[in-house]
Design a protein around this ligand. Structure first.
Ligand code: SF4
Ligand code: SF4
Length: 70
């Protein structure tokens, strides 16, 4: 499931846009809250969530993938 960005916390720094190898935030502009352009491309590795300096991103890992982690 796609990342959820808290618009009240996000500063538009662009870290998540730069770090996402799947280009989920393709087309997002620096200084703006990122747009989740390709939600289905998200691989749920949580890189953006970990690196967001404002703790503004939540990742919902799908249940089947959660079970694979165990
Ligand atoms: S890393 Fe966090 S604060 Fe920076 S643009 Fe992404 S969601 Fe916003
Ligand atoms: S969890 Fe990974 S693939 Fe999904 S949006 Fe964040 S950096 Fe991109």
């Amino acid at each position: 499931m796609p990342p959820i960005i808290d618009e009240n916390k996000c500063t538009g720094c662009g870290v998540c846009v730069d770090i996402c190898a799947e280009d989920v935030f393709f087309g997002s502009k620096k200084g703006m809250v990122p747009v989740v352009t390709y939600p289905d491309f998200c691989a749920h590795f949580n890189c953006c969530q970990h690196d967001c300096p404002e703790d503004a991103i939540k990742i919902r890992v799908p249940l089947p993938q959660m079970l694979l982690y165990k």
